[in-house]
Design a protein around this ligand. Structure first.
Ligand SMILES: *Cc1c(COP(=O)(O)O)cnc(C)c1O
Length: 456
């Protein structure tokens, strides 16, 4: 027994030291994946009847496995939607893990859920939704979108006329893939307005007018995007809200990526109309500097989400008993057992204050503008469209799709940068172009210049 305890203490210190080193490091490698066979060869069997021992396993992690990841917080990782969790949020993610909190019910997680709700109140205040609106933290934007779609569908089906109908939602091709994927999960059909540019109220109006009588009957919701993942485009939320109100349709805004920009005074006006949404998705693990994973779904009328998601079961009744009263996050999204994943965000917000969040998001927006100017001044590259939020689409003059791919691999392989190509719909054709997405406020102008100069 005694021996085991000492080993455990040592292991605890080793692991803590590793975590502290990772959190405090100002620079770390960009990282790259390896093939599974390669990793297997380096690592061997690790799950055995007797175990290989913590020290041995930890060394495998440090020497081989940790290096086969591509951390999203590198300042020259500008691919997909990168991230840049604050040190205080990461530290409190460790505390969250260490505290063994079951975050489904107030009875078990009151302290943690209280903190989550404080952070949520700030996020809700950014949206401008009316009194009574509230939300919960989810595993990500996908789970948030699913929770919202199911809430909308259940609300629609309260009316007997629609009980046997398969639902239909409208969005645009600029919407995130998770909307299509989650429509499948919820078994609803989806109609895509065929433009990657801003979805306008007029385009929505036209689409609705073109529906057959039966399609119109099945239509229950519209999903607009508050910052498309590919290009940072914010739909005409005001116009879409107007049509949804007239047509009595649920209005969901997917702002998983762009939602962080609600904190920035310079970008807030672009979201005008979001305060009329029935539900909103925002990912704190994208532009609110939270560690993975942390999404959020917010409802204008949370009781509608409760009607859709509250789970019943005899062993769960105790949680609704006297003395356990309080906010139960499980009631408003698809998960029962859940991590109090808003807790790290709470600690970080409490530590730094919301002004620091504003400034950090403004820096991402500013970096996109700076990159835009550098691209315009550069002889070899040009903008595909004006930067939108923190996304910049640009082309290298004369390049074919395979040139972009080669360039990406070369930069990644050498450990310099990760910038990936994407496609942009230009009229009827898709053009391969390159894309920056800025989140990390520590990315520098020099980083951008070096990346542009590497496109030779
Ligand atoms: C990233 C993203 C999602 C998916 O969110 P996850 O957290 O990856 O599940 C959904 N919608 C938009 C607009 C996104 O940018």
């Amino acid at each position: 027994m005694h021996k085991i305890d000492i080993d455990l203490v040592e292991m605890t210190l080793d692991v803590m030291k590793y975590a502290i080193d990772r959190i405090s490091a100002t620079e770390h490698p960009i990282g790259k994946p390896k093939k599974e066979e390669e990793l297997r060869q380096l690592v061997g069997e690790t799950i055995t009847p007797k175990g290989v021992g913590g020290e041995y396993a930890f060394n495998l992690w440090k020497q081989h496995l940790s290096k086969a990841n591509v951390p999203v917080d590198h300042p020259r990782n500008l691919a997909f939607v990168p991230a840049s969790p604050t040190r205080s949020a990461i530290m409190f993610d460790l505390v969250t893990s260490a505290s063994s909190i079951h975050g489904a019910y107030w009875m078990e997680g009151a302290g943690g859920i209280f903190c989550e709700n404080e952070a949520m109140r700030w996020i809700v205040s950014l949206t401008g939704l009316p009194e009574g609106a509230f939300g919960v933290f989810t595993s990500g934007g996908t789970a948030a979108n699913l929770s919202a779609i199911v809430t909308a569908r259940e609300y629609w089906r309260r009316d007997d006329t629609y009980k046997r109908e398969k639902g239909l939602i409208i969005t645009s091709i600029g919407a995130h893939s998770s909307i299509k994927a989650m429509a499948k999960v919820a078994d609803v059909d989806i109609l895509l307005v065929d433009s990657e540019e801003m979805l306008t109220g007029d385009a929505l109006r036209e689409t609705i007018d073109s529906l057959s009588f039966h399609q119109r009957k099945r239509l229950f919701a519209v999903v607009a995007t508050g910052g498309t993942t590919n290009a940072g485009i914010i739909d005409d939320l005001e116009g879409v809200a107007q049509v949804c109100e007239t047509e009595k349709l649920w209005f969901h805004v997917d702002a998983a990526y762009g939602g962080g920009a609600l904190a920035a005074d310079s970008a807030r006006p672009l979201f005008k109309g979001i305060e009329r949404a029935d539900s909103i998705t925002i990912d704190p693990h994208k532009w609110m500097f939270s560690p993975y994973d942390c999404g959020a779904v917010i409802y204008k009328q949370p009781e509608l989400a409760k009607a859709a998601h509250s789970q019943q079961g005899s062993y769960l009744d105790i949680f609704k008993d006297e003395g356990a009263h309080g906010f139960n996050p499980t009631d408003y999204q698809i998960q029962l057992t859940r991590r109090v994943r808003g807790l790290p965000l709470w600690f970080s917000l409490a530590t730094h204050g919301t002004d620091r969040y504003k400034q950090a998001v403004e820096r991402g927006l500013e970096l996109a503008q700076i990159a835009g100017k550098m691209i315009e001044a550069h002889p070899d590259v040009e903008l595909v469209r004006e930067p939108s939020l923190s996304c910049v689409l640009f082309r290298r003059k004369g390049w074919q799709p395979e040139d972009y791919t080669e360039w990406t691999y070369k930069n990644h392989k050498s450990g310099f940068a990760l910038v990936t190509p994407t496609k942009w719909k230009n009229g009827q054709t898709f053009e391969t172009v390159s894309r920056f997405c800025f989140i990390n406020p520590d990315t520098t102008e020099k980083d951008i210049q070096m990346i542009l100069d590497s496109m030779t």
